[in-house]
Design a protein around this ligand. Structure first.
Ligand code: ATP
Ligand code: MG
Length: 209
């Protein structure tokens, strides 16, 4: 079966695209997704997440709130709250160029568009928590490679966050399968995730170096 998101190598222009080019290319590809595809594939991805023992057992889960055709996390957020998990979402501190971690209790009431138009808790609902309490971090990305490295929007926000986590925190990237490439050019501050879930596969690096 033909994969509708697959882009022939020659169309993405050569063997190794630099980060900035990759970002542009994959943003454009993702912007062109159909809403029905985003919904259907997100559902498959989320079902795989729900089946993972580490997710089921997690008491505290941090997750991004989807933006611009990212894998949808809205259902995960609502369900996690309903299940009694502690749910933490990022608030972008553009001045310090870091993510503030905030516990969310009521998604309908507390969120409003913040930096870059991404939904985040309004000021009065920010309940800052420490990175140490996170069992799981659900990480967004524009492109991931088979080692778990990623390219995001280019702020280094997740690189900084992932640098500070404790070794017991499991990091899970969510992506559509077309966003997986063999190997990305990375820099020394880039951090990788432990697992990537796509609508087609689970790629795990737990035992990789
Ligand atoms: N741990 C860090 N401490 C300080 N600066 C960092 C750190 N990690 C990354 N940066 C800075 O962030 C900038 C952007 O990094 P990069 O291009 O890897 O973004 P990205 O991984 O796409 O973004 P994000 O992590 O927000 O998804 C880099 O210029 C780098 O200097
Ligand atoms: Mg990076």
């Amino acid at each position: 079966m033909k994969k509708d998101f697959t882009v022939p190598k020659e169309e993405i222009g050569g063997e190794i695209l630099q980060k900035q080019e990759m970002r542009k290319q994959y943003l454009r590809l993702r912007d062109n997704l159909r809403l029905t595809d985003i919904r259907d594939k997100s559902k498959k991805i989320i079902e795989k997440l729900y089946a993972m023992p580490c997710y089921r057992q997690a008491k505290t889960v941090m997750m991004y709130i989807d933006f611009r055709n990212e894998v949808s996390t809205k259902a995960v957020l609502l369900k996690a709250l309903h299940q009694g998990k502690k749910v933490v979402v990022p608030v972008t501190d553009t001045r310090a160029r870091k993510l503030i971690l905030s516990e969310i209790k009521d998604a309908d009431r507390e969120l409003r568009p913040g930096s870059y138009g991404i939904l985040e808790p309004a000021k009065e609902f920010i309940r800052e928590v420490s990175v140490d309490i996170l069992d799981i971090i659900i990480v967004p990305g524009l492109v991931f490679d088979l080692r778990g490295y990623r390219i995001g929007y280019g702020g280094g926000y997740y690189d900084k966050l992932l640098q500070d986590i404790n070794p017991n925190t499991k990091t899970i990237g969510l992506a559509f399968d077309f966003q997986i490439v063999d190997s990305l050019c990375i820099e020394n501050f880039d951090r990788k995730v432990d697992v990537i879930i796509t609508e087609e596969r689970i790629i795990s690096y737990e035992h990789a170096g």
